[in-house]
Write a protein that binds this ligand. Structure first.
Ligand SMILES: [Zn+2]
Length: 191
């Protein structure tokens, strides 16, 4: 029986790492990523993979449902480090299709979970806004609409963080919403 992670690492060492030895040695001395990426923990939406980025290019914060929680110590620290120290140029909130968090939010069942419903309160307003506006017909269309509305809501949370607000006002960063479609492999803007 092989060890999937360590075997995978040996493969990585023998191929990518060896081929780009100079690049990785330079990276070992420090990072200067240009993007702060806020994405979902979903195993299918790794930001480097879906954007064709190399190690060292994206600073990442991932959680259930690509949420920018209000008053989150964890997120505030990530944002502070990314903006003040790494001097990232853009901040991305990326949602995706078939998101389990958005399915749970849409279903609204409490179940036996202790933390998931609490965490999803950070996205509840997206569902309310969609209901108010009139959700589209069709289950798939409704899910997509909720996944995108959640990106818009989290962008609002993001812009409200003092550190982000200041950097935006001074023109040091831009923020944008993206959406990844798992079926087509396409990344698109959320406007
Ligand atoms: Zn997700």
């Amino acid at each position: 029986m092989g060890d999937k992670l360590l075997d995978g690492n040996r493969m990585f060492l023998e191929t990518e790492f060896t081929k780009q030895k100079e690049y990785f040695q330079k990276l070992a001395q420090g990072q200067s990523p240009t993007t702060l990426w806020i994405g979902c923990s979903d195993s299918r939406v790794g930001p480097e993979r879906i954007t064709g980025s190399r190690a060292g290019e994206i600073f990442v914060h991932r959680n259930i449902g690509n949420v920018v929680a209000v008053n989150s110590m964890s997120f505030a620290t990530v944002a502070e480090y990314a903006i003040n120290h790494l001097k990232v140029k853009e901040i991305v909130v990326c949602g995706h299709s078939d998101c389990g968090a958005m399915k749970a939010l849409a279903a609204g069942k409490e179940g036996n979970d202790a933390f998931i419903p609490l965490w999803l309160n950070n996205a509840a307003e997206a569902k309310q806004r969609l209901e108010k506006r009139g959700a589209p017909a069709g289950e798939k269309e409704q899910r997509t609409a909720l996944e995108k509305e959640n990106v818009r809501l989290q962008l609002e949370h993001l812009r409200a963080y003092p550190i982000v607000k200041k950097a935006l006002a001074e023109g040091r960063v831009t923020v944008r919403g993206l959406y990844y479609d798992l079926v087509t492999g396409t990344l698109s803007e959320v406007t």
